[in-house]
Design a protein around this ligand. Structure first.
Ligand SMILES: [Fe+2]
Length: 276
């Protein structure tokens, strides 16, 4: 079982994109980017402009590619311009890809839990959302995570002070910023973590978000292989690991007892505006 991992975010051992390829993709993104308009973006105040590499909507000239991970069509212009980029996306342990989107923040992104969590209802596979920075924030701290209290683990709703239904939450959650070199794949947890983004004038951070179905075996192999790499653990795991072996064992038992379907069972469409 991996649920006790409770890594809010972690780098993974996959080949990084070379800088020349990153530069080319960013130039393409800057020529294509437009307001991201979907239910998730609406719920957090439309804080992104985006370009789309794979999607079943939002692509003008879609093309299906054989010998890549199945799923939504690719943007044909992207495929023609950057054929060398395809293997980097195909290296992910996914059985299907619904979206590959380049997301650029244009203002503060309030904390939220991603709708892409629906691709990974099995909590024991977290962290399971594949990401990559292409351009870092230069004026602010950029992307951040917040550790959620245990009673909220697996709940898709973000804890935002003053939001309807959150009056019971009186503490404010500490934000931990995530710094990683552009081009490196990393994983985000949507089980024990919520996330958002700081922003200041002059920031044009771009993150690749890949949404698709996880291959449990290959994903867990990658988690194991990446155990030594950079990560930020949930404070509850740090506390447990600093305790006695008996305390850690008791903690693992409690975490693994959380049902795998907490996300699905907590889904309330009326709160749908709070996730992306
Ligand atoms: Fe998000």
């Amino acid at each position: 079982m991996l649920k006790y991992n409770l890594k809010m975010v972690m780098e993974v051992d996959l080949p990084p994109l070379p800088q020349t390829l990153i530069d080319g993709i960013l130039a393409w993104h800057d020529s294509k980017k437009a307001l991201l308009d979907n239910i998730g973006a609406a719920g957090v105040g439309y804080p992104w402009i985006a370009s789309h590499i794979r999607d079943n909507v939002s692509i003008d000239d879609p093309v299906n590619l054989e010998n890549t991970i199945p799923g939504s069509p690719w943007n044909s212009e992207f495929v023609k311009l950057f054929p060398e980029a395809i293997p980097f996306f195909d290296s992910l342990p996914l059985t299907n890809i619904e979206r590959i989107v380049l997301i650029e923040s244009t203002k503060l992104v309030p904390p939220h839990v991603d709708r892409s969590k629906t691709h990974c209802p099995n909590n024991s596979l977290e962290p399971a959302s594949y990401r990559m920075h292409l351009r870092k924030a230069v004026k602010s701290n950029g992307f951040y995570m917040q550790p959620r209290p245990m009673k909220e683990w697996g709940n898709h709703r973000a804890i935002i002070m003053g939001s309807p239904g959150y009056e019971h939450m009186t503490e404010s959650l500490p934000a931990r910023s995530w710094k990683i070199d552009p081009g490196k794949w990393w994983l985000l947890d949507n089980f024990c973590t919520q996330h958002g983004s700081d922003w200041k004038e002059g920031d044009d951070k771009v993150i690749v978000s890949v949404q698709g179905q996880i291959d449990p075996v290959r994903h867990k192999e990658l988690l194991d292989r990446s155990a030594h790499m950079k990560c930020i653990k949930h404070e509850a795991l740090v506390t447990a690991e600093n305790g006695s072996p008996e305390q850690l064992a008791a903690f693992i038992k409690i975490v693994n007892a959380i049902p795998d379907d907490t996300y699905e069972s907590s889904f309330k469409p009326t709160y749908g505006s709070l996730f992306q």
